[in-house]
Design a protein around this ligand. Structure first.
Ligand SMILES: *Cc1c(COP(=O)(O)O)cnc(C)c1O
Length: 392
């Protein structure tokens, strides 16, 4: 066996990404030379900070076909999701108290929904089809006169499937139900257009797209319809009262730059990563008893989720640890003992869910790294399977 490298190959881009050096560079002046509060309108320091925030806001709006004033900065996608779901629930409760989402959503959707259930709201959690995609007919059947919100993520963080946003948007608009999408994994990776897709609310975050951690945004549609949400943080009235708190200029500049780069390089990155992902999948084909999770084509370019039969999940991840940094499901779930709720919703046994690897490829992944990672996975699976058969 070869000696472990100094640092394992990073293949956990769905958990978080490194910050692109171009993003770091854009942020730096706003820590030191330009420290102003964007809300200070009596001096140069405030003006230049506000100008930087405005530029970032415009870049983000541009990336999704929105207007700058429809963008509200938050601390990330968790806060954006909470603001969207609780904010809509509080504002529209006289119209109805029913929400629809999917079983395979991120916990930052599921937990606010569970919280609302405790307050007397009703939530329908739609199961995915075997390929992870939403069945649009099931959604149609679940819509009720008292439904106020449908929340379906753009791209799944564990299995990478891309939900049919266009169809969901059309259906929701037809029934005059608001449509929210958690686009934390999708922004900058696939084209998004809130007008064409008739999206009313959309959550994003910086750290899945080579931007800083601790910054994100919520798009809130201003016209046709004018969406209203109740603020969840009260204070200085920043962000048109939707989200109080001093704007973190460096983070906002970083988010804007990250999204600008992501959109500019999206097509080329998608092509490169799809190729790398396909190569990886082909290399794994040497093994028997492997299963691709999620639709084979309708998925994020850089995400490959594979379940390996007859392999002990714990030993598998431990064996790979020195060589390849990845997880079996979401980073948040990897600290919990229970298997991934996403894989369970696909109908996997708890055992198979545990022996699943999510390969997250990204901007800095090289073909050599894929070659080596595939090698380590093959060797580890073969070792564990032969150990199991000699013990049996
Ligand atoms: C990472 C992630 C979140 C949480 O985003 P934070 O910015 O870390 O709060 C929410 N939803 C999805 C789909 C994610 O991948």
């Amino acid at each position: 066996m070869s000696l472990p490298p100094e640092r394992p190959i990073y293949l956990d881009y769905q958990a978080t990404t490194p910050v692109d050096p171009r993003v770091v560079e854009a942020m730096l002046p706003y820590f030191t030379d330009c420290p102003g509060n964007p809300a200070s309108n009596n001096h140069l320091y405030g003006w230049e900070a506000k100008a930087a925030v405005d530029l970032a806001r415009a870049a983000i709006a541009d990336a999704i076909g929105a207007e700058p004033k429809e963008i509200v900065f938050t601390s990330g996608a968790t806060e954006a999701n909470n603001l969207a779901i609780k904010g809509v629930a509080e504002t529209y409760l006289t119209k109805g108290r029913h929400l629809i989402t999917m079983q395979t959503e991120h916990n930052a959707i599921l937990e606010p929904c569970k919280y609302l259930e405790k307050l007397g709201f009703e939530v329908t959690y739609l199961p995915p089809q075997a390929d992870g995609l939403l069945d649009i007919e099931k959604l149609q059947a679940a819509l009720r006169p008292d439904t106020i919100l449908v929340s379906v993520m753009a791209a799944n963080n564990e299995i990478g499937v891309l939900q049919p946003l266009l169809q969901i948007g059309q259906l929701c608009r037809h029934h005059q139900v608001l449509f929210h999408t958690d686009a934390a994994q999708a922004i900058g990776k696939i084209p998004l257009d809130v007008k064409a897709m008739q999206i009313d609310l959309l959550s994003i975050t910086g750290h899945k797209l080579y931007g800083p951690k601790g910054i994100g945004a919520l798009y809130i549609r201003n016209r046709n319809p004018h969406v209203q949400i109740a603020p969840q943080l009260q204070g200085g009235g920043q962000e048109r009262n939707y989200r109080s708190g001093t704007l973190p200029t460096p983070q906002i500049v970083g988010l804007g730059k990250a999204i600008e780069l992501g959109v500019a390089e999206q097509a080329a990155a998608a092509k490169r990563l799809t190729q790398l992902r396909t190569d990886l999948w082909q290399k794994l084909q040497v093994l028997e008893g492997i299963h691709l999770n999620g639709h084979p084509q309708q998925r994020l370019p850089g995400c490959l989720s594979v379940s390996f039969a007859d392999v002990d999940g714990t030993a598998f991840l431990l064996g790979l640890q020195p060589y390849v940094a990845l997880s079996s499901g979401s980073a948040c779930a990897s600290s919990k003992p229970s298997p991934s709720h996403v894989l369970m919703a696909l109908g996997h046994s708890a055992k198979l869910a545990r022996s699943t690897l999510r390969f997250g490829l990204g901007r800095f992944t090289t073909p050599e790294e894929i070659e080596q990672a595939a090698h380590h996975v093959l060797v580890t699976v073969q070792r564990l399977r032969s150990q199991a058969s000699t013990q049996a």
